[in-house]
Ligand binder design. Structure first.
Ligand code: ADP
Length: 198
């Protein structure tokens, strides 16, 4: 990198000469530096230094991660199911958040673990209490779309202090179809994958 920084544009052949190496030996190293964005290569001109720092490159890569790359399958319940059944679904499906839909399967609410716990510490009959009484309801639901940047969703999770956001698709009438979910787990996976790239 120092050679390219000081002498660029410089060909692979010239770099190899300076290091007393063959061009073939050097090729994988140059490929890695180019892929990572530290160097750029132009045909018949050679390599040159991009001047980008590690942090800049990390930010560029972060901005290229989208919801659709990491979203998982949503678990939904109908708004008329009982709190009892919602609790059972949460355990069986092994999720921390349920999305609540109406008869047309459009998004109407969200149920978190604590929403269900809160309902359970009252003296209410859980098997007859419908979830639409206790859920957080539209229009107060934070949503995202498949082409949104994942970093934006991560910021929403932090600012709104929530664990999960439904991935929605808006219909022509403005109704919201639930097509996926992004949770703290998906964000953690993206974070780890980003670290593995370097
Ligand atoms: P928990 O309540 O188990 O800690 P959350 O932090 O996700 O889980 O939820 C906090 C509150 O925010 C709950 O009342 C829940 O209904 C609501 N909530 C969860 N996700 C969303 C969302 N995407 N949009 C709006 N409200 C949400």
């Amino acid at each position: 990198m120092q050679i390219v920084k000081d002498n660029g544009p410089i060909t692979g052949e010239q770099i190899a000469d300076r290091l007393n190496l063959t061009r073939a030996t050097l090729r994988p190293d140059l490929a890695i530096l180019t892929m990572a964005g530290y160097l750029d290569a132009r045909p018949r001109v050679g390599y040159f230094y991009t001047g980008k720092t590690g942090t800049q490159l990390l930010t560029e890569n972060l901005n290229k991660i989208f919801v659709k790359d990491y979203q998982s399958i949503p678990v939904v319940v109908n708004e008329n199911v009982s709190v009892y059944d919602a609790i059972v679904t949460m355990f069986l499906e092994d999720v921390g958040t349920l999305f609540v839909v109406d008869a047309n399967t459009y998004l109407v609410g969200v149920l978190s673990r604590k929403d269900l716990l809160r309902a359970s510490i009252g003296k209410q009959e859980l098997s007859t209490l419908p979830v639409n009484i206790i859920m957080t309801r539209m229009p107060n639901i934070t949503v995202c779309e498949k082409d949104d940047q994942l970093i934006g969703v991560a910021k929403d999770l932090i600012h709104k202090q929530i664990d999960s956001v439904p991935v929605i698709k808006k219909t022509e009438n403005g109704d919201l179809e639930v097509i996926g979910r992004i949770t703290k787990t998906n964000i953690t996976k993206a974070f780890v994958a980003l670290a593995d790239e370097y």
